[in-house]
Design a protein around this ligand. Structure first.
Ligand SMILES: Cc1ncc(COP(=O)(O)O)c(C=O)c1O
Length: 426
């Protein structure tokens, strides 16, 4: 019997998730390695949105808030996300964007800390965290009139900087440029030992990496709906608050600062006094986007159908195959691996630095291999990012992607004017 290419590498690449790919509408001839930025379209989303628009909105009109369960959608989808991140059903709600949820969660964490330990004044984060996380923290320090300082340190030094001055540890679990993954349990434990609270950004891990927020005793978390959760462009994000904090907030009668009517105890009482809802509902603000939530629900269902553990197992195999093949086939072609080699420290993406990363990625996209580009640190080469969404990325895609990458680099086919032009979205 002929040996397969996988046999030659000594890998056992049977794919228990092979059938899941059929549940996605992917164009022929495209190797989609950008599900860490925008997840693919689940086929189930299309009829669901049609039904929602035609029947629930078109015919049911305003009655659908009650009759079609619209009013429960943020909590219902939140409860599904909770199963992916190791939280209880009533600790997660889907609403707003990740940035807005970060603002709400960070402000709530600081408010709790201020009540418990007013002398703590540092928001500790990682240099090179996703910019919105920095911006939100900067905005909050300004809003509090300088009471808090934002301290950003290299990722591998975080543990040494957690001390009794730390009010909140604000971290993204999986770094967007390198794929490096923090140990949530360890860092949360260290934060708690110093009396700090944690806010985790799970945008690059929810739906791709097993998470157990309950076990880690995480305090607050947020994450995107449009990446590995396949909720569609601009999908609502999620926010998690541990039940113990929701109870403390309730006892103190304080809410998060975007205290809109959907976070009110009884929005349809239309009372002029704000009284926050008892539980995670207080993290809602305005009227939820029902169409977007319906799409997000289909996306989250696609992840639940596969289960996060099998997804992680396949993702690790896909990434190992990619790294091994790039090493074999692209040696001497200017790629430098930026992601950790140790799979336990990596999310679900593999990134390489290259001096001509931008045109190289444009040339790859032109040949149907869709990853993306991120700028490197000042003076450092740009970054080629390849995301491995195991629901629909196949092993054969990895072979094809590496062969096209090799061709592109070896023949310098990226070195053409049409691949130099910058576009708004990278
Ligand atoms: C780590 C991280 N946090 C937050 C965001 C932004 O989320 P949003 O646009 O929903 O505010 C992103 C977007 O890519 C991200 O990668």
């Amino acid at each position: 019997m002929a040996r397969s290419r996988a046999d030659c590498l000594g890998l056992d690449l049977r794919d228990p998730l092979a059938e899941q790919r059929g549940a996605f509408a992917l164009p022929d001839g495209v190797v989609y390695l950008d599900g860490n930025s925008l997840g693919a379209l689940p086929k189930a989303t299309m009829p669901r949105l049609r039904q929602l628009v035609e029947n629930e909105w078109g015919r049911g009109l305003i009655g659908s808030w009650n009759d079609a369960g619209w009013i429960d959608a943020p909590r219902r989808v939140g409860a599904k996300v909770a199963r992916l991140i190791g939280a209880a059903d009533d600790e997660v709600i889907c609403a707003d964007s990740t940035s807005v949820n970060l603002f709400k969660a960070l402000a709530a964490a600081l408010r709790l800390q201020h009540a418990a330990a007013p002398e703590c004044d540092v928001i500790l984060s990682e240099l090179g965290n996703f910019p919105t996380d920095h911006y939100i923290a900067q905005g909050i320090t300004e809003m509090f009139g300088g009471r808090y300082n934002l301290l950003t340190v290299p990722g591998d030094e975080i543990a040494y900087h957690i001390d009794e001055g730390t009010a909140v540890l604000l971290l993204t679990h999986v770094n967007y440029r390198t794929g490096r993954m923090h140990d949530i349990e360890d860092l949360t434990h260290r934060a708690h030992l110093s009396g700090a609270l944690t806010v985790w950004d799970l945008s690059h891990s929810a739906g791709a990496v097993p998470l157990d927020l309950a076990r880690a005793r995480a305090d607050f978390a947020v994450g995107c709906g449009y990446k590995y959760l396949n909720g569609g462009p601009g999908a609502p994000a999620f926010v998690f608050a541990a039940r113990r904090h929701l109870q403390a907030m309730h006892a103190d009668r304080f809410a998060q600062p975007v205290a809109g009517w959907f976070g009110h105890r009884a929005p349809f009482d239309f009372s002029t006094e704000y009284e926050p809802a008892a539980g995670i509902d207080r993290f809602a603000a305005g009227t939820p986007s029902i169409i977007a939530l319906a799409a997000l629900e289909c996306g989250v269902d696609s992840v639940l159908a596969a289960g996060v553990e099998p997804l992680r197992a396949k993702s690790l195999q896909l990434m190992q195959l990619f790294i091994d093949l790039v090493e074999q086939r692209c040696a001497g072609l200017g790629l430098q691996l930026l992601s950790p080699r140790d799979p336990s420290q990596r999310g679900s993406q593999v990134c390489y630095a290259h001096d001509d990363a931008w045109p190289v990625m444009q040339a790859l996209v032109a040949r149907g291999v869709v990853g993306d580009y991120r700028a490197g640190d000042a003076g450092a080469p740009g970054i080629l990012r390849f995301g491995f969404a195991p629901l629909y990325v196949r092993f054969v895609d990895v072979w094809d992607a590496v062969e096209i990458l090799r061709d592109t680099l070896a023949a310098r086919s990226w070195d053409q004017p049409q691949f130099q032009a910058r576009r708004v979205v990278t």
